[in-house]
Design a protein around this ligand. Structure first.
Ligand code: PXP
Length: 243
């Protein structure tokens, strides 16, 4: 069985567009759980562009399944993780100018610092995962940092077509086998949608998929019709009451 982690950052992005109270990612997490999500993922970015500290704290109290915090390897964010104690921390690279996480973590280049952070998080009982490209040097470097898991970056596969897509899928398949051989739990995420998931599940040893954008996008269309109908009903109701 492959578990599903739902990334709810995108709900917070809509809320932050207006800096108002809705849609609340805390409500979204509850609905994801009702839908069968096995875990909830949020990325507390340094610029707080979507998820806020308050969201993370309330989610820690209200999510009864695995809460996975995507985070940069920076002191303020590590301190927040140590305060909130998510079940899992997934270390990701973070650039302020990017729209979303663009590439995997360069573990090989930052090994000492990442190993130290992984150790610190693990000492506090947090499972540690690194978000990496399916590249052998990064997989081996992750294992050397003592992490529990890796999350293979599926973005290059998701953005490719034809022969290139087949090659990218092959890299993911080989990367998963190699990570599994090194005793690492294998997760995957980024750009997984209702169309490419059929091929994604061919990656061996998958423990969990982390999916956000496609699910939140689909939920807009699943809910838009009834949301409009409800507003029409309310307008009718209140205008009749006034007549
Ligand atoms: N995994 C990681 C590490 C991510 O940074 C993201 C994007 O926030 C996801 C999974 C989910 O990607 P998507 O929103 O494209 O499904």
């Amino acid at each position: 069985m492959i578990y599903l982690g739902v990334n709810i950052d995108h709900v917070a992005t809509v809320r932050e567009a207006r800096k108002t109270f809705e849609p609340d990612p805390v409500w979204a997490a509850a609905l994801c759980l009702l839908g069968g999500a096995d875990s909830i993922t949020v990325h507390l970015r340094e610029d707080r562009r979507h998820i806020q500290d308050r969201d993370l704290r309330i989610l820690r109290e209200t999510v009864p399944v695995k809460l996975n915090l995507e985070m940069a390897n920076t002191r303020p964010i590590i301190d927040m993780a140590l305060e909130v104690l998510p079940d899992q921390a997934t270390l990701v690279p973070e650039k302020r100018e990017e729209i979303t996480t663009e590439g995997g973590l360069d573990v090989a280049a930052h090994l000492p610092s990442l190993r130290e952070t992984a150790g610190e998080l693990k000492e506090h009982g947090i499972t540690v995962s690194f978000f990496i490209d399916p590249v052998e040097t990064q997989i081996e470097a992750s294992a050397r940092c003592g992490v529990d898991a890796i999350e293979l970056h599926t973005g290059s596969y998701a953005n490719a077509t034809g022969v290139e897509a087949a090659e990218e899928l092959d890299k993911l398949i080989r990367g998963a086998a190699s990570a599994h051989g090194l005793g690492l739990e294998v997760n995957a995420g980024h750009g997984i949608n209702y169309y490419n998931v059929r091929d994604i599940v061919r990656i061996p040893h998958l423990h969990e998929l982390n999916i956000g954008h496609s699910i939140i996008s689909r939920s807009i269309f699943n809910g838009l019709e009834s949301a409009v109908r409800r507003m029409k009903d309310l307008i009718d109701l209140y205008s009749h009451n006034q007549a």
